[in-house]
Design a protein around this ligand. Structure first.
Ligand code: ADP
Length: 297
């Protein structure tokens, strides 16, 4: 099951929300759709699910044109919108029965979905009596009732406490075993924890579309080292693969390398060769989080 987005642009009156976005997603991928608030994530998801139309471009879901045949496409897509709109006065099972009835889905799926999202012990309760994490599970259960092959989740973890976050991330990962999942977030660690791939958008423009592993290997290596004595810059510059050396204070250097292998052992050998002693050696590698901040600021 694949998604193919080609040259999609969308403006709300004069405000451009998406500008010429193209990407595709293959079966079995979990893709993090990342961007600061207002980047255009929700707009893209509403277009993907056929709820709004772009001004330009096309979206194919398993070869079905979402703009021409939204209902056919929606049969293949499960969608959890932002803020998870639920009828909170309903009981969990009653709500899912209602959803199954209006979308004409086989009711035998309800219990399967309740179990799949870990709601069995809560299914007899009123939705407004559930924690936010369990309410998200209700939204997810409703999204998968028709056993869609594609899941579009708009900020499914916003507002959850740390334990709920871990649980919902694990659930998304589990659902991703047999579905293509696109989920939006503004938290880079979340993408690292759950996704195979990340698409970053900023002010409606796609700025990164990469596998997580590729992003990680692209980052530079930053090492802070404190020597026992002053070291001349010309000597420091003899280190291999060095991109920059910044003297911080009191024999402390911040060294940046453009090399994947851990350079700490190289620095250790360098110190030994030059009769220096190392008082402290620490890796300050750029995290994906700092990379995201750098890219989107
Ligand atoms: P995100 O989901 O990344 O926070 P959105 O897609 O919600 O971004 O919004 C992208 C831009 O489009 C924002 O500047 C937002 O204010 C604007 N926008 C979104 N929906 C509407 C709308 N219905 N009417 C006018 N402007 C909108």
């Amino acid at each position: 099951m694949s998604i193919k987005v080609s040259s999609v642009s969308k403006a709300y009156n004069t405000q451009k929300a998406l500008n010429n976005i193209s990407f595709s997603a293959e079966k079995g991928q979990i893709i993090g759709f990342l961007g600061p608030n207002g980047a255009g994530k929700s707009t893209m998801m509403k277009i993907l699910t056929g709820y709004i139309k772009p001004n330009e471009g096309s979206v194919l879901v398993d070869e079905i044109d979402v703009l021409q045949h939204p209902l056919d496409a929606q049969k293949l897509i499960g969608y959890l919108p932002e803020h998870n709109p639920l009828y909170s006065d309903m009981y969990v099972r009653e709500y899912l029965q209602f959803q199954a009835a209006i979308y004409k889905v086989d009711k035998s799926n309800i219990e399967i979905c309740i179990e799949k999202v870990g709601l069995s012990a809560e299914a007899h309760k009123k939705i407004n009596k559930l924690s936010k994490g369990y309410q998200q599970r209700v939204g997810l259960a409703a999204a998968i009732l028709h056993n869609p092959k594609i899941l579009i989740l708009d900020e499914p973890t916003t507002g959850l406490d740390p334990n709920q976050l871990v649980e919902i991330r694990a659930l998304i990962k589990d659902l991703g075993k047999d579905k293509t999942v696109l989920f939006s977030t503004h938290i880079m660690q979340e993408v690292e924890a759950v996704c195979d791939r990340v698409i970053i958008i900023k002010k409606g423009e796609l700025i990164i579309d990469k596998k997580i592993a590729e992003l990680q290997t692209n980052s530079q290596q930053v090492i802070k080292v404190i020597f026992n004595t002053n070291v001349e810059e010309v000597l420091i510059n003899q280190l291999k693969n060095l991109v920059s050396a910044i003297y911080l204070n009191q024999n402390t250097w911040k060294l940046t390398f453009n090399f994947q292998e851990d350079m700490r052992s190289e620095i250790f050998d360098f110190a030994q060769k030059n009769n220096l002693k190392i008082l402290e050696l620490s890796s300050e590698n750029k995290t994906l989080e700092s990379l995201f901040t750098e890219l989107t600021n």
